[in-house]
Design a protein around this ligand. Sequence first.
Ligand code: GTR
Length: 418
Amino acid sequence: MIRYAIAFVFVLALAGQNPSGANYDEAKAGGEDLPGLLQFADGSPVKTADQWRKRRRPEILALFEKHVYGRTPAARRIEYEVTSSQEALGGLARRKQVTIWTAGRKAPAMHLLLYLPRESSKPVPAFLGLNFNGNHAVHTDPGIVLSGNWMRPGKGVVEHRATEASRGSESSRWPVETILRRGYALATVYYGDLFPDHKDGLPDSIIPAVSGGVARESDSWNAIGAWAYGLSRALDYLEKERAIDAKHVAVIGHSRLGKAALWAGAQDTRFALVISNNSGEGGAALARRNFGETTARINTAFPHWFAASFQNYNGRPEQLPVDQHMLLALAAPRPVYVASAQEDLWADPRGEFLSAQAADPVYRLLGVEGLPVSQMPRIHEPAMGRVGYHIREGKHDVTDYDWEQFLNFADKSWGKPQ
Ligand code: GTR
């Protein structure tokens, strides 16, 4: 019990939050009364798959734009340059590095790192996700270009710039060799290329160039919108990459980048599979539950993540016209996977499960299997239908265990890569 309590405080400290004030009592969580997923705004029921696709889905997407993440402008055509393409990882992979401009060459570029399995003769499915510490932090591979962009403090980061000492600092979250051996490619981009993650990051983000100015409205997009936009533009490139089977690209993200992955998967139906790892508040977890992080806390600590309009719901999430199960349902009928961690109470594991469960009826309406369990699974007992869920032991992180399930889920959804 004491060990558990210590671990718990430690997790909160890691999340950079003061535990006082947050609720961790399940009896006080509430949030059972969710907005109707299969109900039009006027209260009438959504009865057919067609009604969902043509009317209810666009209605929900528009509500998330207006009240939560902000509007994403129409995509511009990317420009790109492959800056290197070499054998890597002792012959296991081909490593490509690609500079991608999402709004002309004067706007900030993003740098995509792509590992392809060397042996495959056919186009391969891929995982695509943003990283927190620069592409060079994903693996110690010395051929990865060191990011020159603004970084949050971390290993080998000096005055917000990466040094050689930061190579591989995030590698425990990216089991590159395992992914390649299982027949998948891995593509990643540093999230700071799109929006530097601090409250004054906007001018240095892609937003002014993509939006054609800095004028701000209550539903203007912000960091999560920009990160999601970058994921879609990375997919634009992958569609041009012959070695990739772009019809089978999974978008994945951890924590704040899990929120971005879910938002990308909701808006861009080209993503064939969507994975949220410990995405919590503003991600997979239900906003109406008062457990761990709340809408008010997230908007106060990170005012640059969501649309300004989301602030209207601080302290009153029950007024939101959406909740996060509706975000998961926007992935339907594509496979969606939600991963929680036992000690990651700040992200509300139960709220993440209940959200996945509440998205299930849309999958059923569309004629596919939803979440195959009616109770929250026990630790290390993943449930995998078209909606998948697991909770593992340990803290807020991405581990080999998580990746093993993501790879299994992709295999199950698409068949094992040849
Ligand atoms: C926390 C934040 C969470 C989560 C996390 C992360 O501080 O409160 O919502 O996004 O950061 O991204 O690591």
